[in-house]
Design a binder for this molecule. Structure first.
Ligand code: AMP
Ligand code: MG
Length: 310
């Protein structure tokens, strides 16, 4: 990549970002997105990009934190075994843990069900200067809840409010919520880890066969696998209705874990590059004060040396 240095970082990474982005312009067909895409790379080349992106991400994160203006919200969705956990672990390897927070959204608690469905997402949002990672999110509200009407029935909603428009209404409310966040300085990037049914089968088998992976296997996952087509339909509709310019979806080919990491890392780095992040400048008055303090610290050392020699 060295010889392309006249290009901006975002431009360099574009081949691993643009083909996978859906921002609401034009049609969207999940079926036309390949799960086993490799972007013309092999694993070795991919690993180099992953490593370079880690370093870039770590540098940007420091500036994001120091500048304390923007925040970054990263949303990860996907079927079981799509690789959400391991992608988060890999992409953020080396990033200062104090600057990021991962929230895993599970089956809502009774306290959470006593609130509107965006409440638990809202209280987990990143502060300015920070990166918030949602491992699953409010989007479960129009996927798992849509596929399982019995879950919706347990949500304690006034029955009158549950109409056939409920999914369209949820898409609309989520989009307004995200637009509000974007207008207040939260950069939102959403990732759908698009794995094939065949690759999921192979990963489940792996979890059953390798003792160190047994714990990851969940009987319930097999029941969800049977509902594959319903989930795909729910994801299709959800991405189509909630991909926007201020909150785009990225359909990440996830059969090759390394390529998924290339796409995710590149997308985040390209977005941060466009923010023009920099360390806050110290003003003149502070600078002259820094000089005095520095001198005083240096003098401390000298006087200690004098004492010692006595
Ligand atoms: P895992 O990500 O494998 O730890 O599993 C978390 C489980 O919680 C998944 O089966 C999700 O579908 C489920 N879950 C997350 N959010 C919700 C929600 N809002 N309503 C119902 N189930 C959910
Ligand atoms: Mg699971």
């Amino acid at each position: 990549m060295g010889k392309q240095s006249s290009q901006s970082l975002a431009d360099q990474l574009k081949p691993y970002v643009a083909p996978f982005r859906y921002d609401g312009t034009g049609e969207f067909h999940l079926k036309s997105h390949k799960t086993n895409e490799r972007g013309g790379l092999d694993k070795e080349k991919g690993e180099k990009i992953i490593e370079a992106n880690r370093k870039r991400l770590s540098d940007f994160q420091e500036k994001l934190y120091a500048q304390d203006r923007w925040s970054l919200l990263l949303i990860f969705q996907g079927m079981d075994a799509a690789g959400k956990d391991s992608a988060i672990k890999s992409v953020f390897d080396g990033v200062d843990p104090q600057g990021c927070e991962v929230t895993a959204f599970k089956v809502p608690s009774s306290k959470e069900l006593d609130h509107d469905f965006l409440w638990r997402a809202a209280i987990a949002l990143p502060e300015r200067g920070r990166i918030g990672i949602f491992n699953r999110s409010h989007y479960e509200e129009c996927t798992v809840v849509r596929v399982h009407p019995e879950i919706l029935a347990r949500q304690k909603l006034p029955p009158k409010l549950i109409t056939r428009d409920i999914w369209r209404e949820r898409f609309e409310d989520i989009s307004c919520f995200e637009r509000h966040l974007a207008r207040n300085g939260t950069v939102i990037l959403k990732f759908f880890l698009n794995v094939s049914k065949e690759e999921q089968r192979a990963r489940f088998l792996d979890r059953l066969e390798q003792p160190s992976k047994n714990w990851k296997f969940n009987m319930g996952d097999i029941a969800e696998r049977k509902l594959w087509a319903k989930y795909q339909a729910a994801y299709q509709d959800m991405i189509h209705h909630t991909g926007t310019r201020h909150s785009p979806w990225h359909i990440v080919p996830a059969d090759h874990k390394w390529f998924a990491r290339v796409v995710i890392g590149s997308t985040i780095v390209a977005a941060l590059d466009k923010l023009d992040l920099h360390f806050p400048k110290v003003d003149k008055a502070d600078k002259s004060e820094f000089k005095l303090v520095r001198q005083a610290l240096l003098d401390e050392d000298k006087s200690r040396a004098v004492k010692k020699s006595k």
